[in-house]
Design a protein around this ligand. Structure first.
Ligand code: ADP
Ligand code: MG
Length: 698
C-alpha cells in the first residue's frame, strides 16, 4: 500500500469539498502529502507548570490551583470578569470578556481546577484570557494527555471546517497505514551512520509523539532527510556539470589587463580584491566552467573586480557582458567602466530598453563581428536577437533580482557556456548560501577600500524630526546631499505613495533654499531617470524616494540617509539602504526614524544597525529574526523543494553534516548507480516532480 496512491478525498471525514480545500490551500493531494504535513507546534499537557515559571512569550501551559476571588470590571458591553488564581504560592489573573454569567455559575472559589491557556503580560503582570478550565477528575492522567500537535491551517480552511483539530483527526485515520510501515527514503547505511529514526517511526511520532524524546528524534530524522535531499539535488547537478561541461580556458594575463593595472588603475587594489581576482583567475584558467558568487558589502569595490575579470576574458580572445537589474544601474556601470577603461582600447557599449533601434543595430553588428568587447545592459541582453561572436564571461550584478532561469539564458549565448560571475551586495549567511547557491563557488570581499569612515547610525523617534532638520540643513550647507526613503509595499500602496508625496511637500516647504528630487516605482522610467540624474549631478540636494534607490546607485556626495518608518523594513534591507551613503571621503550618517511603540523584534533590529556595519553579521541576525522564508532571494532561488521542517536559521550544523556526507557519497558514486544508492535517485526524482515551481510563484 503506497500512501502516495491514496487520494485524500477518500479518507474518512474528508470528501470532495475538503479535498479541494486541502489541495488549493496546502497543495495536499494524497495521503502521503498529508502525513508530510507536519505539526508546526506541540502543546505540552504532559506536565503542570508553577506560576513562578511563567515568562513572556511562553506557549500554552497548564497549571493546577484554585480561584481566590472573582471581580466584575466595567459596564455593559465593556464588562469583563477577572479572577485571581493561585497555585498555592503565586497568583495569576484570569480574564473573560464574554460569558460572564456562565462562568460565575459554573466555576467556584476554593475548588481545585486545571487551567490551560497562553499567558500574556499586561499592565505589569501575567494573565490568561479565556482559559480552558477542568476539574482534575475530568481529565485523563497527565501522562496520557501528552503532547498535542497543532497544524497550520488557513482562514479558508477554517471556514471550511478544517481547523487544526480536524487535520489531526485525518492524521489519526492515517495512523493504521503508518503503523503497517512506509517505504524508507534513506539508505540503511545513512540511518545507521547518524543513528536516525526510521521513516515509519518518525512519521508516527511527528504526529503522535510518545514523549518529548521520541518527538525530538522524529524531528531530527525528518529534518536531516530534507537537508540531505536539498544538498543531494544541488551537488549532483554540480557534479554533472563538472563532468560534462568544459569551460573556456583563460590562463593568459595579457596586454589589456597589464596596461590597465599599470597605467589606468587610479588606486591600489585592496587585499581582498587581489585575493578574489586570484580566485577567479585560477578558476577560469582551470578548464572548468566557472560559476561563482562574489559577495561584498556595498562599496567594497566589486565593479572593479568585474571589470578586471572581463579584461582577462578579452585578453584571451573572448567577449564579456555585464548585466544589471535596472536601467539606472546599467547606465551607471556603463559610465564607470568607460571612465576606468579610458583610452585602453577596449570597446564597451550599453544596451537597455531605451536603446534606439538604430543604435541597437550597430551594437548587434559589433557583438557579432567581435569588434565590441564588452556590453553592459539590463534584461535586454537576454533577448534572442542579441548574439555574440564569442561570449566568454558573463557578470551579473545584484543577483537576487534575477532568477536562475535568466542566468541560464545567458549561458546559452555561446556553444560552450561562458564563465559566470554573480555579484551581490546582500551578504548571505553561510547556511543559506550553501542551500540557495550551493552550486556556486563563493568569493568574498571582506574589506573596504582604505579611508572610508564607517557610517554612523542613529535611531530617532519621530518627535525628533525638528532637531533633525537642523542637522540636514548643516549637511547640505556644507555641500552634501541627503536621501529620505519611505517604505512602499503593494498591500498599502496608496497610503504609502501618499506618504512619499507628503514627504516631498514637507521637505520642499522646510528647506525652501534647496531643491528636492523624487523617485518611486510608479513614475515613468524616463521621469525616474531624469529625477535620478538631477540628484546624481548635484542639481537637487534632497532625494525623496522609495526603495527603488536601494540597489547599487552610487552618489558619493550623499552623506545622509534618512529612513522613514524604519520599523517597516527588514534588517538586510535597512543595511542595503544605508549602503547608499558612506561612499565618499566625508563622514556619513544613517538616521532610522520610527514611532514610539516598537515590537521587541524591531527594537532588536535598531540595536543591531546602530551597533554594527558588518553586512554578514546583519544578514545572520536577519536570518535568526525572520527565518529564511522571508529573506529576499528565497523565492527566486534554486530551491528545488520547500523546507517543511528544517530551518536554515537553526539547523546550520546539520546542514553542513548533510552536505559533507552527500559529497562523500557523490565522490564514490557520482551517478547514484550503486544498488544501495538506488533509493536516493528514486526519491530525488520523486521530490523534484512533486516540487513547487518557485519561478511561477515569484
Ligand atoms: P560595490 O561593491 O558596492 O559595487 P563599487 O564597485 O561601486 O562597490 O565601489 C565603490 C567605490 O569604491 C567606487 O567609487 C570605486 O571606484 C571605489 N573603489 C573600488 N576599489 C577601490 C580601491 N581598491 N581603493 C579605493 N577606491 C576603490
Ligand atoms: Mg555595485
Amino acid at each position: 500500500m503506497y500512501l502516495s496512491n491514496v487520494d485524500i478525498k477518500f479518507l474518512p471525514g474528508v470528501g470532495p469539498k475538503k479535498a479541494d480545500l486541502l489541495l488549493k490551500e496546502l497543495n495536499i493531494r494524497s495521503a502521503e502529502d498529508m502525513v508530510r504535513h507536519y505539526p508546526y507546534k506541540y502543546i505540552d499537557r504532559s506536565r503542570f507548570y508553577y506560576l513562578h515559571e511563567i515568562s513572556e512569550n511562553m506557549p500554552f501551559i497548564q497549571v493546577k490551583g484554585q480561584i481566590l476571588t472573582f471581580e466584575k470590571v466595567g459596564l455593559g458591553r465593556n464588562q469583563r470578569l477577572t479572577a485571581i488564581f493561585t497555585d498555592g504560592k503565586d497568583t495569576l489573573e484570569l480574564v473573560w470578556f464574554q460569558g460572564v454569567k456562565f462562568i460565575l455559575e459554573k466555576y467556584k472559589t476554593g475548588i481545585t481546577y486545571v487551567i490551560f491557556g497562553k499567558p500574556s503580560f499586561f499592565n505589569g503582570k501575567f494573565n490568561i484570557v479565556h482559559p480552558e478550565m477542568d476539574l482534575p477528575s475530568q481529565l485523563p492522567p497527565v501522562e496520557q494527555l501528552g503532547l498535542q500537535p497543532f497544524y497550520n491551517t488557513t482562514e479558508k480552511m477554517k471556514s471550511g471546517f478544517l481547523n487544526s483539530k480536524a487535520v489531526q483527526k485525518i492524521q489519526q485515520s492515517l495512523l493504521p497505514y503508518l503503523q503497517s510501515g512506509v517505504p524508507e527514503t534513506l539508505p540503511a547505511y545513512v540511518l545507521k551512520k547518524y543513528a536516525l529514526m526510521n521513516l515509519t517511526e518518525a512519521l508516527i511520532n511527528i504526529h503522535f509523539p510518545k514523549n518529548t524524546n521520541a518527538l525530538n528524534k522524529a524531528r531530527q530524522r525528518l529534518k536531516f532527510e530534507e537537508l540531505f535531499y536539498v544538498q543531494l539535488n544541488i551537488l549532483q547537478q554540480t557534479k554533472w556539470r563538472e563532468q560534462n561541461l568544459r569551460g573556456f580556458t583563460m590562463k593568459r594575463i595579457g596586454h589589456f589587463f597589464h596596461t590597465f593595472y599599470n597605467n589606468h588603475l587610479p588606486f591600489e587594489l585592496t587585499g581582498a580584491q587581489k585575493r578574489v581576482l586570484k580566485e577567479i583567475h585560477e578558476d577560469i584558467g582551470s578548464g572548468k566552467q566557472m560559476n561563482r558568487l562574489l559577495q561584498g558589502d556595498v562599496g567594497s569595490g566589486k565593479t572593479l573586480v568585474a571589470l578586471m575579470s572581463l579584461l582577462i576574458a578579452i585578453d584571451n580572445g573572448y567577449q564579456g557582458c555585464l548585466m544589471a537589474p535596472t536601467e539606472i544601474l546599467a547606465n551607471q556601470h556603463y559610465e564607470t567602466l568607460k571612465s576606468f577603461i579610458g583610452d585602453l582600447g577596449v570597446t564597451v557599449d550599453l544596451l537597455t530598453g531605451s536603446t534606439r533601434p538604430k543604435a541597437r543595430e550597430k551594437l548587434h553588428a559589433g557583438l557579432q563581428s567581435g569588434e565590441l568587447h564588452i556590453i553592459v545592459g539590463t534584461h535586454a541582453l537576454i533577448e534572442e536577437v542579441v548574439k555574440f561572436k564569442n561570449l566568454g564571461m558573463v557578470v551579473i550584478d545584484e543577483q537576487h533580482r534575477f532568477g536562475v532561469e535568466q542566468r541560464s539564458k545567458l549561458w546559452k549565448k555561446n556553444v560552450q557556456p561562458p564563465h559566470v560571475l554573480v555579484m551581490t551586495a546582500t551578504p548571505i549567511p553561510r547556511t543559506l548560501a550553501m542551500t540557495l547557491y550551493g552550486d556556486l563557488s563563493i568569493s568574498v570581499i571582506d574589506e573596504l577600500p582604505p579611508g572610508r569612515k564607517p557610517i554612523q547610525t542613529y535611531h530617532y523617534y519621530e518627535n525628533k524630526r525638528h532637531a533633525l532638520n537642523g542637522f540636514i540643513y548643516k549637511q547640505i550647507a556644507a555641500g552634501r546631499q541627503i536621501y529620505v526613503v519611505y517604505p512602499l509595499i503593494e498591500e498599502s500602496e496608496k497610503m504609502d505613495l501618499q506618504n512619499v508625496m507628503e514627504g516631498l511637500e514637507y521637505f520642499r516647504e522646510t528647506f525652501p533654499d534647496f531643491k528636492v528630487s523624487m523617485v518611486h516605482g510608479k513614475l515613468k522610467s524616463a521621469e525616474k531617470e531624469y529625477q535620478m540624474q538631477q540628484f546624481v549631478s548635484g542639481i537637487t540636494q534632497i532625494m525623496v524616494a522609495t526603495t527603488v534607490i536601494e540597489v547599487g546607485v552610487n552618489v558619493p556626495n550623499a552623506s545622509v540617509m534618512i529612513i522613514e518608518n524604519a520599523e517597516r523594513f527588514g534588517l538586510s534591507q535597512l543595511h542595503q539602504l544605508r549602503g547608499r551613503v558612506g561612499r565618499g571621503a566625508e563622514q556619513s550618517y544613517c538616521i532610522l526614524l520610527t514611532g514610539f511603540k516598537l515590537a521587541t523584534e524591531t527594537r532588536k533590529k535598531m540595536e543591531i544597525l546602530t551597533r554594527t556595519n558588518d553586512g554578514f553579521e546583519i544578514a545572520e541576525a536577519d536570518l535568526q529574526l525572520r527565518g529564511p522564508g522571508d529573506l529576499e532571494g528565497t523565492q527566486q532561488s534554486g530551491m528545488p523543494f520547500e523546507l517543511k521542517i528544517a530551518d536554515l536559521a537553526r539547523d546550520g550544523k546539520m546542514l553542513e553534516i548533510a552536505r559533507n556526507f552527500v559529497l562523500e557519497i557523490l565522490n564514490d558514486d557520482p551517478n547514484l548507480e550503486k544498488p544501495l544508492n538506488v533509493i536516493l535517485s528514486t526519491q530525488l526524482k520523486k521530490l523534484k516532480t512533486n516540487s513547487v515551481n518557485w519561478g511561477i510563484i515569484s
